[in-house]
Write a protein that binds this ligand. Structure first.
Ligand code: S3P
Length: 441
């Protein structure tokens, strides 16, 4: 699907300015298509992210029998009702998307159909046991390649049992897979998470009329879902993705005299760890026009240039900014002092080994960086990083965008081996950055 190897160079940029929107939230977009496909009636979705990852989810839900069309930017989904999906004729290819693969595994686990799922070379390296093991408790049978990798076959349970499970890792994907499975199980599904992770699944299930309860449990939460509700179609407006806005915000903070407004960004408190961290470093981020859209908090955010100091980010904050560490690391390279980003084991199983990839990205551009166990240490001098390096992105969109922001804010250009995967989450990133004043060519 991708043009192989789209290399690009980020040249140092002068002041960036503009007021823009970013594409819709990736997490919410996947869920909107999946829940709408399981509801009765027609759901309209505005602001859906039309990135490769979400298009894979749309294709999979169509292959399973939902009717999905896009007219003038509005997506309309005719759902089949819980338990109503049909056996797909072919292998379900989830491309680069871990979220699509894992959430869909949950849905398929409690449909009495046979399916086979695969993905691209990056997704085929990622661990699936974190969902297949707990999902097996409902009666589904999964067969994977060695190490719990894709491709895998799924034989959904005929008479699914509800699952009662405490998550081993703080993962919204695993939590969501189990809740999605619980939709078609008779009885009550109970999931305990050791730390609160993004709650878009819970919010959206409530929006579609499910009987779901979320209560504090220690440092985390207990989620209780009544099985076999009737989900009723409910329109959705998808907010701008804070994980995409992050690249624009950090670029504005790092490049002298810049001011960028991003309108309509999702401000769900379980997603705003990066904004909190940047403010701790001394950044100016001003949020205005806060409002609720489609059940999620949204606002406009102005990010402006300013000097940064080093930061020590506690491991407990990771779930609220799990996708933002590569771009935070670029900010830390500009800051004065040594930053320590703690507890990043989960970064090793993202689209690439993001812990190694982030360290390599900085090291190739003259930044002193060390991995100590699961922590990343970045020595900033308060001066502009040297740049001049070549970055390998390993099929990872967030490494590619982080490297382009580094090059835009460094002394010398940064070359990136392949930017094709940016289309998974942020189609139009390169022209948008150039319209703000970047020189990506
Ligand atoms: C996501 C959850 C996160 C995140 C991913 C999207 C989701 O993964 O990294 O990009 O939509 O649930 P984990 O839950 O596995 O940490």
């Amino acid at each position: 699907m991708f043009a192989p190897h789209r290399p690009l160079t980020a040249h140092p940029a002068a002041a960036l300015s503009g007021s823009v929107r970013v594409p819709g939230d990736k997490s919410i977009s996947h869920r909107a298509l999946m829940f709408a496909a399981l509801a009765i009636g027609q759901t309209s979705i505005e602001g859906l992210l039309e990135g490769e990852d979400v298009l894979r989810t749309a294709a999979a839900m169509r292959a399973l029998g939902a009717h999905i069309v896009c007219e003038a930017g509005v997506w309309r989904v005719q759902g089949v009702g819980i338990g109503g999906l049909a056996e797909p004729e072919d292998v379900l290819d989830m491309g680069n998307s871990g979220t699509a693969a894992r959430l869909l595994a949950g849905i398929l686990a409690t449909h009495p159909i046979f399916s086979v799922m695969t993905g691209d070379a990056s997704l085929r390296r990622r661990p699936m046991r974190r969902v297949t093991e707990p999902l097996s408790a409902c009666g589904a049978m999964f067969h994977t390649r060695a190490g719990g990798r894709l491709p895998m076959s799924i034989e959904g349970a005929r008479d699914p049992l509800p699952i009662d499970h405490r998550l081993q890792v703080a993962s919204a994907q695993v939590k969501s897979a189990l809740l999605l499975a619980g939709l078609n199980a008779r009885g009550t599904t109970r999931i305990e998470e050791p730390a609160a992770t993004r709650d878009h699944t819970e919010n959206m299930l409530a929006h579609f009329g499910a009987d779901i309860r979320v209560e504090p449990a220690g440092a985390g939460r207990m989620i209780t879902l009544a099985g076999q509700p009737e989900l009723r179609a409910a329109d959705i407006t998808v907010p701008g993705d804070p994980s995409s806005a992050a690249f624009l915000q950090v670029a504005a903070i790092l490049i002298p005299d810049s001011h960028i407004t991003v309108q309509g960004i999702g401000l769900n408190p379980l997603r705003t760890g990066l904004m909190l961290t940047l403010r701790e470093m001394g950044a100016t981020l001003i949020v205005t026009n806060e409002r609720i859209e489609g059940g999620e908090p949204v606002g406009d955010c102005v990010a402006s240039f300013g000097a940064l100091s080093a930061v020590d980010v506690p491991a407990e904050r990771a779930p609220s900014m799990i996708d933002e560490y590569p771009i935070l690391a670029v900010a830390c390279a500009h800051a004065r002092g040594t930053s320590r980003l703690r507890g990043l084991a989960e970064l090793r199983v993202k689209e690439s080994d993001r812990l190694e990839g982030t360290a390599a990205l900085l090291a190739a551009n003259g930044v002193a960086v060390t991995i100590a166990g699961d922590d990343l240490l970045i020595r900033g001098t308060g001066a502009v990083p040297e740049g001049g390096g070549m970055v390998s992105t390993h099929m990872d969109h967030r490494l590619a965008m982080s490297a382009l922001v580094l090059g835009s804010s460094a002394s010398r250009p940064v070359r990136v081996d392949d930017t094709a995967f940016i289309d998974t989450s942020f189609p139009g990133f390169v022209p948008l950055m150039n319209s703000l004043g970047c020189q990506l060519a």
